[in-house]
Ligand binder design. Structure first.
Ligand code: FAD
Length: 411
């Protein structure tokens, strides 16, 4: 029977779902409600538009004829506003109704809003879409002092881009150290020392309470009672799953939309994937939203295959990041700040002279987290150990050594 597939969102989860469906089902119809009008692009690379190292054409995730080849009917620039679960219909802001047999919600995430006065002033931006970055770039000629709110992945990418464009940049972080979601306090403080030498001013334990300016931002008031001049600000305080149109009485939403191992929501025939979905985290062994590109790729593909009728199981997500922050290489995965419970056991090694740090977190005998700074050798093996849940019963300390021999250890 030819099915009617409907997808909300043309990010990477929606695109890989289309490929997953077509891989198994050349016949059924696929419709896509795509809020953004751009051809699908590689979202993590928008920061390179800001630093000026790529052009918009280089962001494309798939060739221009992708939708034609996949035979997808696209409603571009149209936003899903409501899902009628009983009548298997999605309503849009343009008043259209799209019917479905199988629905995928792949609406991604929105920037986490902040509370501060004066947010309506010009030159205060988020950095989630290509359009956001194009607006930032067009404001650069009139800007010389920038603020970046947030010390996460997006905050660093924003700060790097602005520095490359010659602005004076101050990063304001609410926690005690940067990348607090990705690294532990020790690595965070190592990073702080590094940043001091890179021309990036970082202030910790601080927030903006209000922006001020005459139409355009010119100053920010801070939680310690001081003020700082700025003519541009980028807010990078994390993201929240984009679920505003999801009926909470019919589809279970915690932080994200809760899915089972087939990426199906609590409503039969309705699936979710990517930054909007909450699935089992392999290290934590509990539901979690891991808003990461490779996670969205895999979830989208698996959701698509299940929509096409093949029962494929998703083994769970894992938070993992490999990044270069200025001259510091960082690899993190799994649980990096374990709760203070008996079942967790942490070992670490720091070489201050070389500026390296490796930390391993075990739950019972299983590796569940790593933090590696300027010593990322064999990081892939360690991530595979977390993914597989392989017990390591003896000589765990050997794994701290960059050239450990896993074959010997496993024997
Ligand atoms: C600046 C930046 C840097 C990043 N760097 C990294 C990185 O280095 N590594 C990494 O792993 N991840 C990174 N990420 C995160 C990564 O981009 C996301 O995890 C990934 O894009 C999620 O894909 P998705 O398809 O689930 O959601 P999205 O990419 O957000 O796509 C969702 C799409 O759905 C559309 N949509 C939303 N609501 C509706 C609606 N109601 N109706 C119709 N359409 C709708 C949106 O407009 C969007 O186009 C970065 C993100 C940003 C912003």
């Amino acid at each position: 029977m030819a099915l009617k597939h409907l997808i909300i969102g043309n990010g990477v989860a929606g695109i890989t779902a289309i490929e997953g469906i077509r891989q198994l089902d050349p016949e059924s119809s696929i419709a896509l409600i795509a809020g953004e009008t751009r051809h699908p692009y590689c979202r993590p690379m928008i920061s390179h538009l800001l630093d000026g190292s790529v052009s918009p054409g280089q962001l494309l995730m798939r060739p221009r004829d992708f939708y034609d080849r996949m035979r997808v009917e696209v409603a571009s620039g149209e936003w899903a506003k409501a899902i009628d679960v009983d009548n298997e219909t999605v309503l849009t802001d343009k008043g259209n109704a799209f019917g479905f047999d199988r629905l995928l919600i792949a609406s991604g995430a929105d920037p986490r809003p902040i509370k501060a006065d004066g947010l309506e002033l010009a030159n205060i931006f988020s950095m989630r879409t290509q359009e956001h970055v194009e607006a930032i770039v067009s404001a650069l000629p009139e800007a010389s002092r920038a603020l970046v709110l947030g010390g996460g992945l997006v905050g660093f990418k924003a700060a790097y881009g602005l520095l490359r464009r010659g602005l004076h940049v101050t990063m304001l972080i609410r926690s005690r150290y940067p990348l607090s979601m990705q690294v532990d306090a020790f690595a965070g403080e190592m990073l702080l020392d590094e940043l001091a030498g890179e021309g990036l001013e970082v202030r910790v334990d601080i927030e903006v309470t209000a922006f001020e300016g005459n139409g355009r931002v010119s100053e920010a008031h801070l939680s310690d009672g001081t003020s700082i001049p700025c003519d541009l600000a980028i807010i990078g305080k994390g993201v929240l799953p984009a679920t505003s149109f999801v009926p909470l009485d019919r589809i279970t939403v915690d932080l994200g939309i809760v899915v089972n191992e087939h990426m199906e929501t609590s409503a039969s025939g309705i699936y979710a994937a990517g930054d909007v979905a909450e699935s089992i985290d392999r290290a934590r062994k509990q539901r979690w939203v891991n808003a990461l590109w490779p996670v969205a790729v895999e979830q989208g593909r698996i959701a698509g295959m299940n929509m096409a009728g093949r029962r494929v199981s998703y083994k769970g997500s894992l938070s993992r990041n490999v990044m270069r922050v200025f001259d510091t290489d960082i690899l993190t995965a799994g649980i990096v700040n374990p709760p203070k419970e008996d079942e967790y056991h942490v070992i670490s090694h720091c070489d201050r002279r070389r500026g390296t740090y490796r930390k391993l977190v075990f739950r019972d005998d299983v590796l569940v987290g790593v933090v590696m700074v300027n010593s990322v050798e064999q990081g892939g093996v360690l991530v595979a150990l977390i993914n597989d849940g392989t017990p390591i019963s003896r000589e765990k300390e050997l794994l701290l050594h960059p050239s450990f021999n896993y074959a010997k250890l496993a024997r």
